[in-house]
Design a protein around this ligand. Sequence first.
Ligand code: XMP
Ligand code: MG
Length: 183
Amino acid sequence: MDFTHVEGDLAKTLITEDELHAKLEELARQIEDDYEGLDLLLVGVLRGAVMVMADLSRTLNRHIEMDWMAVSSYGSGTVSSGVVRILKDLDSDLTGRNVLIVEDIIDSGLTLSWLKANLESRGAASVEICTMLRKPDALKVQVDVKYCGFDIPNEFVIGYGLDYAEQYRNLRGIAVLAPHVYN
Ligand code: XMP
Ligand code: MG
């Protein structure tokens, strides 16, 4: 990984910055094709999706709008509670809009399946999901994901927006946190 000050906290690097950026180029070309001639509202889920949103939006060669939501399903721990609360709602009216939810990670899928249904109920023309990471072995509910960067093992990961207790979000790649940090 890139930051020597956290080396002892990381079990291993999972995805490098270069691999993340190469994947975003791929996803952006698909999104450009799929939404050709249509409006596109990117909805980022705070705070984890900040890096994905910043990089994906700048990789897209087309007009987009951006809005943000904050939801809570976790607290500061590492296990999903399944309880979703809106901490900050969108500013945009979704009526007739093509919405693409931009997420850092789908773990149990509980947050995203709830969020997708919630946004669909607001009269959007379409609601799709783009996530950088997904943990197939952790899924508890089925979620239709149109764009997925990487399927990863069922381990707690940090970096590129993902935190443990609000730390490590600024790592440029994605790493597995060493168990001694949270045990
Ligand atoms: P669910 O389980 O609802 O969770 O799909 C989605 C949200 O949980 C957080 N999450 C993680 N955060 N490392 C993190 O830093 C992880 O390995 C991890 N797994 C889930 C994340 O906030 C995501 O939006
Ligand atoms: Mg998060």
